[in-house]
Design a protein around this ligand. Structure first.
Ligand code: BGC
Length: 721
């Protein structure tokens, strides 16, 4: 359809038909009873009629080509103007082939594999009938108590922005109309959902505008620059006004400043929640606020369909606002080619062939092996095939390794860790016992565990949180491993055998009782469908771990939020003054996290030579070249993530101690030495000043290059203006 035809279609629509386009319902509304073909979903609770359901613009949570085809065909029969529906779902880290959780993908620092994972997820979704995925989630996160940190790529605005771009490119490709193997992406949750107070789900967010712009907005903006078609509102407040009714955020920043002209969808129920927030008196006012803010689709509540018609007729809402929203929705349908082909990629045969195929599973395995982070290793890993191992713990034989947002994941055909290890070594070399449940332990479990541990050379403990302990609604105040598992570690420790812990979890944990008790810790996160094989590859040294943390691991909950790009304060703690009480510090804990951003070990070692700066001064026309030599001094090939950080020594407002500005992931053979170069431009030195203008300051800067945010070597240069 061209624009004139779209306008023509809009003109034919009644007000009710237009507003029905702005409603999104969950799939159960469209399931036909076998007897009479009626809609049997829970319509009454929303107070909507069957007529509205027949005209509705989109559905969420659906999947499976045959089902989608049936629902679309039925809809096309019932909709007067034959406007196809949009099918959307949360395909966050894979459709049937599940990839590691996004926080793990963040630790891969691998943009290409991230893009590939999204492209595969898009392909599997598209043949299964989906048009839109509610991803990527790019909320910056600093509080591991929040369960949804598992959905984010971490605490850094630059790294998050790169991943936001990769995911959008992977989901959408270059042209949604011609490439039916892609789906439209919906970046979420706009904005700053990750900054909820105390890490409590759905809690208040209150940030300065500078914080918002410096840390939180960049990744959403990057996704939009990459052409992301949709944006989802967040549940939280921004500057005292819930995002879903926040005109400044949605109109001034998102639409005007960022130039976004795609579809803005509310999060589930976020329009009606304006009442609970206390900014709308009733559903009518909630609808009024959301439409004024420019929310095009209301997800799963019915304030729009119930109240917008009257609000328009009484002149309180200008019909042009409705037209604006519906035009965007129709435009998206058009971009996806739905008017010409309402079934788009939905294809039961292709679905059988493509979904969860070997190629996709291999890609998942590769990304999983790049996402695991080796946190500690005192010469116990890699394991040797001849060693007798005791594989113990609630994750030894568990398939709960996909993580949250894997509702579509293929559960039938993937291996647990025990099976994967048995496939790698002579199976008699691995004995396995549960040892404990996630948060329960019995005498019998302990006895079995001790018995097999006694017969073994090495104990491998597969521990962690169940997938329900993170994800949406998964906030926790105590982020240690559950007591039962700590008890299991303490008991096995007494046997004085080497212990390797493999962690399955959706957030950085407080590792008290783990890290200090064992010889090696491999953070595997929720690694996805092929995670067990990927972990086995690492445990046995077939793959050298290369993941680097994209979110700091705290010493304890009391330190949270703890993140690398913090300020110095006026009284920074100095090593030279350990007894100074009046420094910014805790009496009972270091200030630094247990494991910092960027951290991760390898089975080999990398030596950094001094970095060389092309000059000690730079200008906007003469950027700085920074080179450093890296040598693999160990005896295994390995990948190193060479990281470059900058600090503006004196700014107009306070600047972070370090900010990641670039990195390079390099593979080095044993003994190999390579030169890694970075260019620092004036653009990278800009920040939001006191009046929020975005410029750089002349003066002194520190540049750091190294293996993580803590251990980088520092040099100075000046920016001349
Ligand atoms: C979540 C969103 C998700 C939506 C639809 C909400 O509860 O916050 O991230 O996309 O549900 O499933």
């Amino acid at each position: 359809m061209n624009n004139t035809q779209l306008t023509g279609l809009l003109e034919q629509m009644t007000l009710e038909e237009k507003i029905a386009q702005m409603l999104q319902l969950v799939v159960s509304y469209f399931v036909e009873s076998e007897v009479d073909g009626q809609i049997t979903g829970p319509m009454e609770s929303l107070g909507i009629t069957e007529e509205t359901v027949n005209q509705v613009g989109s559905a969420l949570g659906i999947g499976g080509a045959a089902r989608v085809i049936q629902v679309q065909q039925n809809h096309m029969k019932n909709d007067r103007l034959g406007i196809p529906m949009l099918f959307m779902a949360d395909i966050v880290h894979g459709y049937k082939t599940i990839f590691p959780i996004p926080l793990a993908i963040g630790c891969s620092w691998d943009q290409d594999l991230a893009e590939q994972s999204a492209a595969i997820a898009a392909k599997e979704s598209a043949v299964s009938g989906l048009h839109v995925t509610f991803a990527p989630m790019v909320d910056l996160v600093r509080d591991p108590r929040w369960g949804r940190v598992m959905e984010s790529t971490g605490e850094d605005p630059y790294l998050n922005s790169l991943f936001a771009r990769s995911f959008v490119r992977g989901f959408q490709g270059d042209d949604l109309a011609s490439d039916v193997n892609r789906v439209a992406a919906c970046v979420k949750h706009f904005a700053a959902y990750g900054a909820g107070e105390g890490g409590r789900e759905y809690n208040t967010v209150d940030l300065s505008e500078r914080q918002l712009r410096e840390y939180y907005l960049p990744a959403y903006k990057a996704a939009l620059e990459e052409g992301c078609e949709l944006v989802m509102t967040s549940f939280n407040t921004v500057h005292g006004s819930p995002a879903t009714g926040n005109r400044t955020l949605m109109r001034d920043i998102l639409r005007t400043e960022f130039g976004f002209d795609g579809v803005l969808i509310s999060d589930w129920g976020a329009v009606i929640e304006l009442i609970a927030h206390g900014v709308a008196e009733d559903e009518e006012q909630a609808a009024f606020l959301a439409i004024q803010a420019g929310v095009d689709i209301e997800m799963m509540t019915s304030c729009y369909v119930k109240y917008l018609p009257e609000l328009v007729r009484s002149g309180k809402v200008d019909e042009s606002l409705i037209d604006e929203a519906v035009r965007r929705i129709l435009h998206l349908k058009n971009k996806l080619g739905l008017f010409e082909n309402p079934l788009r990629g939905a294809d039961p045969e292709a679905e059988r062939e493509i979904v969860f195929c070997d190629e996709h599973r291999a890609a998942s395995r590769e990304l999983a092996s790049k996402s695991c982070v080796l946190l500690k290793n005192t010469n116990v890993l890699p394991l040797q095939s001849e060693q007798q191992i005791a594989l113990i713990g609630p994750f030894a034989q568990s398939k709960d390794i996909l993580g949250s947002w894997s509702w579509t994941g293929a559960e039938e055909h993937f291996m647990n860790l025990h099976e994967a290890i048995q496939g790698r070594i002579t199976s008699s070399k691995v004995l396995s016992a549960e040892g404990s449940g996630i948060d329960t332990i019995t005498e019998k479990q302990i006895q079995e565990a001790v018995e097999i541990a006694r017969q073994s050379d090495v104990i491998v403990l597969a521990l962690g949180e169940s997938s329900l302990m993170s994800g949406e609604g998964g906030s926790r105040t105590d982020i240690r491993l559950p007591e039962a598992q700590l008890q299991l570690i303490a008991t096995l420790r007494t046997l004085e055998k080497p212990i390797v812990v493999v962690l399955f979890n959706g957030r950085p944990l407080d590792l008290h009782g783990v890290e200090d008790q064992v010889d090696a810790v491999l953070e595997a996160w929720f690694p996805g469908s092929e995670g067990a094989s990927a972990i086995t590859d690492i445990l046995y040294g077939d793959v050298n771990p290369s993941g680097r943390l994209s979110m700091s691991f705290p010493q304890s909950v009391g330190q949270i939020p703890v993140y690398y790009n913090h300020f110095n304060t006026g009284r920074p703690k100095k090593e030279s003054e350990p007894d100074n009480r009046y420094a910014s510090q805790y009496l009972d804990s270091p200030n630094e996290p247990l494991y910092p951003f960027g951290y991760g070990l390898s089975y080999t070692q990398f030596k950094y030579d001094d970095m060389v700066l092309s000059s000690e001064e730079m200008t906007s026309d003469l950027p700085l070249q920074i080179t450093t030599k890296i040598t693999n001094t160990g005896n295994m090939p390995g990948e190193e993530v060479v990281q470059l950080y900058i600090r503006d020594i004196t700014g107009e407002v306070v600047r972070p101690m370090k900010e990641l500005k670039a990195y390079s992931k390099v593979l080095l053979q044993p003994g190999e030495c390579i030169e890694v170069s970075f260019t620092v431009t004036e653009e990278q030195l800009k920040y939001h000043h006191y009046d929020l203008s975005y410029t750089s300051d002349a003066g002194e800067f520190a540049v750091f290059v190294g293996p993580n945010s803590r251990d980088a070597v520092e040099r100075r240069f000046r920016l001349l203006k």
